[in-house]
Ligand binder design. Structure first.
Ligand SMILES: Cc1cc2nc3c(=O)[nH]c(=O)nc-3n(C[C@H](O)[C@H](O)[C@H](O)COP(=O)(O)OP(=O)(O)OC[C@H]3O[C@@H](n4cnc5c(N)ncnc54)[C@H](O)[C@@H]3O)c2cc1C
Length: 400
């Protein structure tokens, strides 16, 4: 057994882990990052979309090496086929090449002094008197005991670090989306600078199908459906394959060049983001936008806050739950509030059938949808009262 000593250990070198490490190392904290993957960024489990604000608020400027496709709007396709185009105006988005992006983030952290170990599986936390004081890990059969005053769990949706520390992180199945995706080449898609999103229970029960173009006919084609609806034989892949077969105009000349799948925590963030000596960030903390399942932006922003609070707590010599709770408070006052509000919209949308969705597509203008997704539920309610009273009881229950 090899013994190591660090001020902070970050488990997971996804976007959350590397931003936490960059923040800590940038403040002079002796930081180690562990990742079980042999190559950071690979395999990706992601459709790779992010908005520009999500990059800039953690101090990243879009770089053509990893921000491979500019996105300036989206097209929402209602079940009956009506297409609503939303223009992002000044809020440009990007499709990332995550395999490069994640390595870039790791290099940033390493340049500031962080150390990384890849192909290294964290097997559990080390506890003393109920406090987390380190991590046990395995690097290619060699066991490590890594003592650390602060542990950051950035180990994704199934966070074993949180579980091994005794935190409750599992939500009900209705709070998970089951995601399945092909990266495909040879797509014939009109508008490579737009996100294409298809609704309707035939396409994706209580979820949606996406085509996120990466340029040159390449794109991520995927589906997210409510986990509890993926009955045997009717899993996310079943619906996606059926969608692809039904649209030869897009897919007849296309082939997959990669396949990805994974769970997406679309419920509330975990009850408490900290414990003595421990902080949870990103998917490990279920910090995901409940409406579209996007988590990169929230994960990175939460990790930046956690890194800043963690560095201060270390310098004060106090990594108690009470001291680290500042991170919980700051996060909940920002993205946390937004996520809770969007959760209501998600609950409402999930109760709508395809006919209701077609009705909404008929009564709402594109700019109104943008305002609703930003939280203007009053506008939605007014439209429903005037033009779609049959949906009013549901709107009252979930939105008003
Ligand atoms: C199909 C699909 C499509 C998606 N599309 C989008 C999208 O378009 N836009 C968007 O914003 N979000 C998307 N998401 C969500 C997004 O991928 C996550 O929210 C984001 O990756 C969270 O980052 P993270 O760093 O918290 O976790 P992760 O990216 O999951 O990173 C966790 C890291 O921890 C490592 N790890 C796990 N356990 C251990 C262990 N025991 N020891 C050592 N290392 C460990 C893993 O190897 C991994 O590198 C999608 C998710 C799925 C499944």
């Amino acid at each position: 057994m090899r013994e190591l000593q660090y001020d902070a250990v970050v488990v997971g070198a996804g976007p959350a882990g590397s931003i936490a490490a960059r923040t800590l190392a940038g403040k002079g904290v002796k930081t180690l990052v562990l990742d079980k993957r042999q190559e950071i960024g690979t395999p990706k489990r992601c459709a790779e979309a992010i908005n520009g604000r999500g990059l800039r608020r953690v101090g990243l400027e879009p770089d053509p090496r990893w921000a491979v496709q500019k996105i300036n709007g989206s097209v929402l396709y209602a079940p009956g086929g009506k297409a609503l185009k939303l223009v992002f105006d000044d809020r440009l988005g990007y499709i990332l090449e995550r395999k490069i992006f994640e390595k870039y983030l790791a290099a940033d952290a390493i340049n500031l002094g962080a150390k990384y170990m890849v192909k290294t599986l964290a097997t559990g936390v080390i506890k003393e008197d109920g406090r987390v004081v380190g991590v046990e890990a395995d690097f290619m059969g060699e066991e490590y005991r890594i003592m650390s005053r602060l542990v950051i769990a950035a180990d994704g949706v199934d966070s074993m670090i949180a579980k091994s520390a005794g935190l409750k992180t599992v939500n009900s199945l209705s709070d998970y989306h089951s995601g399945f995706q092909y990266e495909m080449a040879g797509l014939k898609i009109d508008g490579e600078n737009l996100l294409h999103i298809f609704f309707g229970d035939d396409n994706a029960p209580k979820g949606y199908v996406w085509i996120f173009p990466k340029g040159n006919g390449v794109g991520n084609v995927g589906i997210g459906i409510l986990g509890k609806l993926s009955a045997p034989g009717r899993k996310a892949q079943f619906y996606l394959d059926r969608f692809i077969e039904s649209r030869p105009e897009i897919f007849s000349g296309a082939s997959p060049i990669e396949v990805n799948s994974g769970g997406i925590p679309v419920g509330s963030a975990v009850e408490c983001l900290v414990a003595d000596g421990l902080m949870l960030v990103g998917d490990a903390a279920h910090q995901v936008n409940p409406i579209h399942g996007g988590g990169i932006s929230m994960a990175m922003h939460a990790a930046k806050i956690a890194g800043e609070v963690g560095a201060k707590a270390l310098s004060e010599g106090d990594v108690s739950r009470e001291r680290l709770f500042e991170y919980d408070t700051l996060w909940r006052a920002g993205d946390g509030v937004k996520a809770q509000k969007l959760l209501k919209l998600r609950s409402f949308m999930e109760k709508l059938d395809s006919t209701d969705l077609d009705t909404l597509a008929d009564i709402l203008e594109s700019d109104e949808i943008t305002r609703i997704v930003e939280g203007d539920y009053g506008l939605m309610a007014k439209k429903i009262i005037r033009k779609a009273p049959s949906i009013l009881p549901l709107a009252k229950k979930f939105l008003i």
